[in-house]
Structures are given as structure tokens and as C-alpha cells.
Design a protein around this ligand. Structure first.
Ligand code: SF4
Length: 679
């Protein structure tokens, strides 16, 4: 059986999964213990995913040889084959015939190297990553309000000092349980269509109709204005644009918002009064608010509320996005996004192009411009003028992309699919070539957690024989295409630091040694002697005038509304035992035991109406596809809504790929479905 050999008695590292990046130690016999020197989980907590993480290292399904059309081959054979095919496709169809798709779980070094590989070695504009499906709406809203997106722009430990925390569309009690330890002090207000484990902990739970969070945020701000709860001094000193927003709120009177959202006016009033009365308060958004075709505007509405109450950029209060994927923050900073270069720079900014091209040793004009966003890229595969080859790193879109059957069709139309995986994921099973790659504990690298704290994962064990790093795959292909790329993470990080210099996400002053000694360093950190920036907006925001910008936004219905054919809302989300597409966690026995199969959660009244009993197999259909799962009956969900976790094949056959015009986020969180007992 393939397995990882320990190389050190005990190594300090971080969890392979979510953006909390809990500190953990890997000891002899691959035992896991929680570190208490990392603030995110200084309480010594890990969730069940973290405690069982080492089991994946020795999983019997590990791939240990490259596969070419399903047959094991030598590394050189597979690399030669892919490089030859890429060269032929580029020669015949041009550089954009090759696309690259990355992941929010890749280390900063890999994310950086992937962006450089696409732009320098392949010369393609066609690169994006699965983080587009995760935090992109919050990132876009953060940039337009604050001039910079740094997720939660304050240390997580600040939350404990708050009086009130409003969490819009996040279920941290299941997705990242140690987060909750930072919320035991404040009164929590949770906005979620389901009474989730997090909502059960809340002082106040607002349960809107799916797809109406934006209206709810407008109603809360309308009330704040009407009740004269706006922090006028803060608004005057630290912001611009409030008058326009105040005017735009005129029609969002609370009774109208109640009709749209189903949230009673008195509860909205309770929420906004509690926030305004607090000495210290935070507003946080998660995927529930963000994964909509109006996700950017929804986050902007919550940011507007936070600004009106005088929270962002003050000590002890603020706004933040609870990033999901392990390196969701770092993944969007180093150039694997279609529109960005390292340092979180815009790819169409001439100064950014010149700086980064200088580090890469190429003329600025040789760098391609912006490419297609994640879903647009998947949707274009194999079409006339679209990419003919796809290189996938750290992603499993057959499960995680919306309208997944359509995505599978598009992938099937490719001339060449190449994946890097450590097990045979559903997408790898379709690939012409699969490269078996290392996992988190088998190589060093940095991750940037949800606070913007750059952390170091040290190599703890040797990978199984036959397995190489994604960095080796990139370098091996680049070499065959005539370019030299480094393979040592520390060497790549040094180059990343230089490429990031002067950008919003400036890592210039961060070194592996500093991270290890200081247990992480916050960006921006522009010089070696710089202390890092835990709270970047205390003095001013990253806008040209230093003030945060109010952005007027208006509610509109979901891209797809319920009707006679599809009368029920579907919302999708996560469960405690599984992570993302489940490619990792569905292979770990205790996690499979804890959550063995997909399910459909529905209200007892809806179940009775549809003659469905707990345990029945239910067929859920949307305009895009069909999925079957076992029924769970619960009054924690609204009568007009069903919920499905997306860690298994099925849920994303149903979801709607309608895109947010700014962030290009698909509408994962709401679509219209029909629910029936399976005959
Ligand atoms: Fe890992 Fe996240 Fe669980 Fe912490 S909360 S142990 S980082 S999955």
C-alpha cells in the first residue's frame, strides 16, 4: 500500500483543509495533535477533518505513477507527451487554445508559479481557479469599498472582544468549528435560510427567503437611517458616497423588505439596534451572502451597513469576509486569477505588467491580458475559439462547478485533459494524463489564512515513491517548452516576494524564517524589518483619498425564480465531516462514517405535501439536471426551500451558472427545483 514515510520525529504545520488553517503537529506514526501557539485554534481545538487529516497520507487509493490514457507510465514519458500535445495545439490554434485551472487549496508558491507558467511558458490568457466559486464576490466588494481585499482585515482574536457579531450566510459551527471559540463572548446575529448549527448558537436568527439577503441588508440600513443610528462623524471623516446611498434606500422601507424576505420588521429592528448600541461590533459575510448572481452587490450592501454604523477600520469593530478554502486568500493574490498578476495587481495595469514582467525576465508586451473567469472558461472548453486543452491543478470541477453535467460535456469535448491529483478524483477519471502529486504534509509551502496571516507548512513526511510536487510538474512542462522554473518552495517564495513588491498584497518583508519565528506574518509587509499589518485600515483605507466608498446597490430577484414547474428553492452548502468536492474527505473512513451519503433536507410541511418520509429516496430536478438523495425531514429549514450538501455528485447538477456581472460568481445558493419521491 502506498504511504508516506515520516522524516522527522515531530513537525509543526497546519491543517490541509479550510481557511482557518488551524495549527497542528504531526508526530511519530503520523499522529496529529493541535498546536496552541497559533491564534486561530489556540484553544487546542481541531475539527474532525483536522484530527483525521493524516489518514489521507497513507490512503490506499493514492496514485503513485503518472497515468497516460489510464496506463501507468514513467514521468518522462507523461511529461513529454503532454508537452508535445500542448505545443501542437498551440501551433495549430494559438496560445489561448491551452487553459489552466488552479485551486484555492494550492500553496502561495504553487498559485504564483501557475500564473507565471500560464503567462510565460504557455503565453495563454486562459487561467482561472476554483476560488472564483468561493470568495470572489466578497473580494470584489472589498476592493470597491476599501480599495483592497484582505478578507478579515483584523486578527481573529479581536472578535472575542466584540459585543455583537452579525454573520450573514456563514455556518462556521460546521465548516470551521474552532472559529466558534472566538464567538463565545459576543451576541451573535445569524442570517441564514436554515437554522444551522451556527444559527442555533445565535442570540437572533434572521431566516430570509433564499436569494433575498440583499433586500434584507437594505432594510437594515434603511432602519439605521430612519432611527438615526448612523455614525455621522465617522461617515463624514472616513467615507465618501453616503448621500447617494441614503437616497437609494428610499424605497426599501422595512414592511416591503419583510414581504420580500419573510423576516419580520421587529427582528430587523432588534438586529440593527443591537449593532448600533454596541461599543464593538463586527459584520461578517460568508458564502450564503456571496454565492449569488448579485453576490457583489449583496456584500456591498452589508459593507454599506457596516460603514454607516462606523465599524470598518476601527480598533475593536469591523467588516470581514470569512474565507472558505485553505488558501482562498493567498490563492487570489499571486496570479492564478484571470484578471490578476502577483501582488494582487490588476493584469491590465501597465505599471503592474512592467514590474512583474521585469521579475519574470520577459517584455511586458509579451504578457497576455485578462482571460475568461472560471465558469466562462469551463463553458468555453472545446467550443469554436475556446480552449482545446485544460491543465487542472487542485480542483475537481465535475463535482464543484455549477451545472456540472454541462461542464462534464464541455470537458468531454477537449482534445487534451491533464490533471494533477493524489487520488483518482471524478475529474481525474476523465483525464488523458494524470500526474500523481504530493499532499500538504509532504512538502513545504506557505498559506495565507482568512485573516491575511501568512503561515508556513513545513514538510513533515516523505511522499510515496513515484509522487512529485505540482511544482515539479510545472517545471517539467516549462522546461520542455523552453523555460526554466524553480522547484524548491523557498526559491519560488523568494521570487514571489519580489514579484509582489509594491502591490497591495506585498510579501517583500516575509521570509520562511520570520513566519516560523513569529507564527505567521500579516501582509502587507513591504520590508524585512516591517512588523506586518494585522489591521490595515486603522489610519486610512486603500483608496486614492484614503476614505471607504459607499456603493449604492439595489435588490433584484434571483436569476431563476420558482414557478409551477419548479416550485421550491434549492440552497446548497457544507457539512461538518466533508470539505469542498469531497475528493479528500470522502476517502477517510471516520468522516465517511459520520456523513456517508448526500441528503435532501426538507421541512415537515413540505414533506407531507409531497408525501415524502424520512429516509425515502427523493428526486430533485432543475432546468439543468436531476439528482437523487435520501430525505431528511427538519423544521430547521423554511417550508419553501430544500437544502443539499455539495460534497457529492448531484447537487451541482442542479445549480444555476448565472454569473455575478462583477465577480463572475455563479449562483450556487439559490435555484428553482421540483422535489418528488423516487418511484
Ligand atoms: Fe482544519 Fe478548518 Fe477543521 Fe481547523 S477548522 S481543523 S483548519 S478543517
Amino acid at each position: 500500500m502506498p504511504g508516506s514515510e515520516p522524516v522527522n520525529a515531530s513537525v509543526k504545520t497546519h491543517c490541509p483543509y479550510c481557511a482557518l488553517q488551524c495549527g497542528m503537529e504531526i508526530g511519530p506514526e503520523l499522529t496529529i495533535s493541535a498546536r496552541t501557539d497559533i491564534p486561530a485554534n489556540a484553544s487546542g481545538a481541531l475539527c474532525q477533518k483536522g484530527w483525521t487529516a493524516a489518514e489521507l497520507l497513507t490512503n490506499g487509493e493514492r496514485l503513485t505513477a503518472p497515468l497516460l490514457h489510464g496506463e501507468p507510465v514513467a514521468w518522462e514519458v507523461a511529461l513529454d507527451y503532454v508537452a508535445d500535445r500542448l505545443s501542437a495545439l498551440r501551433a495549430e490554434h494559438g496560445p489561448d487554445a491551452v487553459a489552466v485551472f488552479g485551486g484555492g487549496g494550492l500553496t502561495n508558491e504553487k498559485a504564483y508559479q501557475l500564473g507565471k507558467f500560464a503567462r510565460v511558458a504557455l503565453g495563454t490568457s486562459q487561467i482561472d481557479y476554483n476560488g472564483r466559486f468561493c470568495m470572489s464576490s466578497a473580494a470584489a466588494a472589498g476592493i470597491r469599498a476599501f480599495g483592497m481585499d484582505r478578507g478579515m482585515p483584523f486578527p481573529i482574536t479581536d472578535l472575542a472582544g466584540a459585543d455583537v457579531v452579525l454573520l450573514a450566510g456563514g455556518n462556521v459551527a460546521e465548516t470551521m468549528p474552532p472559529f466558534v471559540r472566538h464567538l463565545t463572548g459576543p451576541r451573535m446575529i445569524v442570517i441564514d435560510p436554515r437554522r444551522t448549527q451556527t444559527a442555533k448558537l445565535a442570540w437572533l436568527h434572521l431566516q430570509p427567503t433564499p436569494g433575498t439577503d440583499l433586500a434584507l441588508a437594505l432594510g437594515l440600513l434603511h432602519l439605521a437611517v430612519a432611527e438615526e443610528l448612523v455614525d455621522e462623524a465617522y461617515v463624514a471623516a472616513r467615507t465618501t458616497g453616503f448621500d447617494e446611498v441614503r437616497t437609494s434606500l428610499a424605497t426599501w422601507w422595512p414592511e416591503r423588505v419583510e414581504r420580500i424576505t419573510g423576516v419580520p420588521v421587529y427582528r430587523m429592528r432588534q438586529a440593527v439596534r443591537a449593532l448600533a448600541a454596541a461599543d464593538n461590533a463586527y459584520i461578517l459575510t460568508g458564502r450564503g451572502a456571496e454565492q449569488h448572481a448579485k453576490g457583489t452587490d449583496t456584500v456591498s450592501a452589508f459593507v454599506n451597513l457596516a460603514l454607516a454604523l462606523g465599524l470598518p477600520g476601527t480598533r475593536g469593530s469591523g467588516y470581514g469576509c470569512v474565507t472558505g478554502q485553505g488558501n482562498g486568500q493567498g490563492g487570489r493574490e499571486h496570479g492564478q486569477k484571470a484578471d490578476q498578476l502577483p501582488g494582487y495587481r490588476k493584469i491590465d495595469d501597465p505599471a503592474a505588467r512592467e514590474h512583474v514582467a521585469g521579475v519574470w525576465g520577459v517584455p511586458p508586451e509579451s504578457l497576455p491580458g485578462p482571460g475568461r473567469s472560471a465558469y466562462e472558461l469551463l463553458d468555453a472548453l472545446g467550443t469554436p475559439g475556446g480552449p482545446r486543452a485544460l491543465l487542472l491543478f487542485g480542483s475537481n470541477p465535475i463535482i464543484s462547478a455549477p451545472a456540472s453535467e454541462h461542464v462534464a460535456e464541455r470537458i468531454g469535448a477537449l482534445d487534451l485533459l491533464v490533471t494533477c491529483d493524489f487520488v483518482m478524483s471524478e475529474t481525474a477519471a476523465l483525464a488523458d494524463v494524470v500526474f500523481p502529486v504530493t499532499q500538504w504534509a509532504e512538502e513545504s509551502g506557505t498559506m495565507t489564512n482568512l485573516e491575511g496571516r501568512v503561515l508556513l507548512r513545513d514538510r513533515a513526511v516523505a511522499p510515496p515513491e513515484g509522487v512529485r510536487s505540482d511544482l515539479d510538474v510545472i517545471a517539467g512542462l516549462a522546461e520542455r517548452l523552453g523555460h526554466h522554473f524553480a522547484t524548491e518552495p523557498a526559491e519560488v517564495f523568494d521570487e514571489l516576494r519580489r514579484a509582489s513588491r509594491g502591490g497591495p498584497a506585498d510579501y517583500s518583508g516575509i521570509t520562511y524564517e520570520r513566519i516560523a519565528a513569529e507564527k505567521g506574518v500579516f501582509w502587507p509587509c513591504p520590508e524585512p524589518g516591517h512588523p506586518g499589518t494585522p489591521r490595515p485600515f486603522l489610519d486610512s483605507f486603500a483608496t486614492p483619498d484614503g476614505r471607504a466608498r459607499f456603493v449604492p446597490v439595489q435588490h433584484r430577484p434571483p436569476a431563476e425564480e420558482t414557478d409551477d414547474d419548479y416550485p421550491v428553492h434549492l440552497s446548497t452548502g457544507r457539512v461538518l465531516a466533508h470539505y469542498q468536492s469531497g475528493a479528500q474527505t470522502r476517502r477517510i473512513a471516520p468522516l465517511v462514517q459520520a456523513a456517508p451519503e448526500p441528503y435532501v433536507e426538507l421541512h415537515p410541511d413540505l414533506a407531507e405535501q409531497l408525501d415524502i418520509a424520512a429516509g425515502d429516496v427523493v428526486r430533485v430536478s432543475s432546468r439543468r439536471g436531476e439528482a437523487k438523495a435520501v430525505a431528511r425531514i427538519s423544521d430547521a429549514i423554511r417550508r419553501d426551500t430544500v437544502f443539499m450538501p455539495f460534497h457529492w455528485e448531484g447537487a451541482n447538477r442542479l445549480t444555476n451558472p448565472a454569473l455575478d456581472p462583477t465577480s463572475k460568481m455563479p449562483e450556487f445558493k439559490v435555484c428553482a427545483v421540483r422535489v418528488e419521491r423516487d418511484a
